[in-house]
Write a protein that binds this ligand. Structure first.
Ligand code: NAD
Length: 427
């Protein structure tokens, strides 16, 4: 175990937001989250991807496309402080998640509950003459079919994973066989697709049917992660709303609105995914798979409903988030993206499930921040402060250009600003 691992670390780094990138890296080094070698590599990495690796990752590559790599602070998860790498283009998300994590800390932090990393693949069976007896034959053969599935993925079995359960569903006129596979620290899509394709001939033979689609479902509802928190109401008070109890009631009011109105529920869940997706992106995970699963899970009652639940609970505001989270710390981008490997190291990710817990904690924090802000001063104030920070950062570049041109007219300043932001030069 390295020295970095042994030192207990705090995820509270006051003043971090006001530092520049170099000073932030140094702060992470000083607080032992990051080794100085890694900090230097981060400075030089150019996003952690070179063109040769990018070429292996996708097709028709013509360059690299960067996003900010950030850390959300103040997270305490299952009693341990964590910094949470996030990557996202929208301003405000990281600050909001960090701010909410600080409130959650006041109540002891996030507590998690996660199922085993089980992903499901399916084989559709069509043209089955007698579905009832075919189903019975499949269920009787389940132990042998699971053993056959394991034989298709020996390295996964060697790692402690493998096929766990077989189910048979009646869908339309045919059958669909579900095989639930423990995929350990992989996202598992390719692994379970191998199982679905490999098992199909045996399933056809047993049922006399024809195999149709053979692949995973992204409704990974065996692979659910739950995070919970309890925020003391006193911590929720703001300058304009000194009564934390009132803020808690407003948050619950916004929650109940999402529970009763599908238009609000979808936007509520988008706010949850602001945090979840930003974490998934920093770790090079398949965020489309998680998005698809999360929104389908939100609709399990027939219409979209909030993924989170907030309630007043004595002197605290209690929150909970549950969603399917097929995360990975091996395979995919983790293979050749240095930025992803750095994020895994920085966040001390111990398993794919652990990463799912971090993503869920970021999702619950993002949701709390949004509900609290919208319930009190309104969201625009915080957003505008961040936009003001961005404009202030652009100021010196505009001033330098005006000075070179020896032109100090406000209209020219506006044109230069528009050009710097990548818009077409104003006429
Ligand atoms: P993968 O094909 O990279 O497999 C993971 C590899 O990691 C396996 O070879 C496994 O043996 C190895 N491994 C090493 N250490 C491991 C450990 N501790 N635990 C588990 N495996 C370990 O990736 P995958 O996870 O099978 O599939 C994920 C990829 O498939 C993603 O890129 C995803 O975007 C893509 N995909 C997604 C869908 C979908 O979501 N619908 C469909 C097809 C493909």
């Amino acid at each position: 175990m390295s020295v970095l691992e042994r030192v207990p670390k705090s995820a509270r780094l006051p003043g971090f937001l006001r530092l520049d990138g170099r000073a932030r890296r140094q702060r992470l080094v000083d607080s032992t989250w990051l080794s100085s070698e890694r900090a230097r590599a981060l400075e030089q990495a150019g996003g952690g991807l070179n063109e040769a690796d990018a070429d292996a990752m996708s097709e028709n590559v013509i360059g690299l496309h960067a996003l900010p790599l950030t850390v959300a602070l103040n997270f305490r998860v299952d009693g341990v402080d964590r910094v949470v790498p996030m990557s996202v283009e929208e301003p405000g998300i990281v600050a909001a998640a960090s701010g909410a994590a600080r409130l959650v800390r006041e109540g002891g932090g996030f507590a998690s509950e996660a199922a085993a990393p089980v992903l499901t693949c399916r084989v559709q069976l069509l043209e089955v003459a007698d579905v009832a007896s075919a189903r019975a034959r499949l269920l009787a053969a389940a132990p042998a079919l699971l053993a056959e599935a394991d034989a298709l993925i020996p390295s996964m079995v060697a790692r402690g994973g493998g096929a766990r359960e077989l189910e048979v569903r009646l869908v339309g006129d045919g059958l669909v066989v579900h095989v639930h596979v423990d995929v350990r620290d992989a996202m598992g899509a390719n692994t379970v697709n191998t199982v679905a394709e490999g098992l199909a001939p045996s399933l056809e033979a047993l049922t006399g049917g024809r195999a149709g689609l053979r692949l995973l479902t992204n409704l990974a509802d065996r692979l659910k992660v739950t995070v919970r928190c309890r925020v003391p109401v006193a911590a929720l008070a703001t300058a304009d709303f000194p009564d934390g109890g009132l803020v808690a009631r407003r948050v619950v009011e916004a929650q109940r609105f999402a529970e009763s109105d599908v238009y609000r529920a979808v936007t509520h869940n988008k706010g949850v995914m602001n945090g979840v997706d930003a974490v998934l992106l920093a770790f090079g995970n398949d965020w489309r798979a998680v998005e698809a699963g999360a929104h389908a899970y939100a609709c399990r009652g027939g219409a979209s409903a909030p993924l989170t639940r907030w309630r007043c609970d004595g002197e605290a505001l209690s929150g909970e988030l549950t969603l399917p989270l097929a995360t990975s710390m091996v395979g995919g981008a983790a293979r050749n993206h240095a930025g992803v490997r750095l994020a895994l190291e920085l966040a001390r990710v111990s398993s794919a499930t652990d990463l799912g817990v971090l993503a869920a904690a970021a999702g619950l924090a993002s949701n709390l921040a949004a509900l609290r802000a919208r319930s009190t001063e309104g969201i625009n104030r915080g957003h505008m402060a961040l936009y003001a920070r961005r404009v202030a950062a652009e100021g010196p570049a505009v001033a330098a250009r005006l000075s070179t041109e020896r032109c100090y007219r406000p209209e020219r300043a506006a044109q230069v600003l528009a050009e710097l932001r990548g818009g077409a030069p104003a006429p």
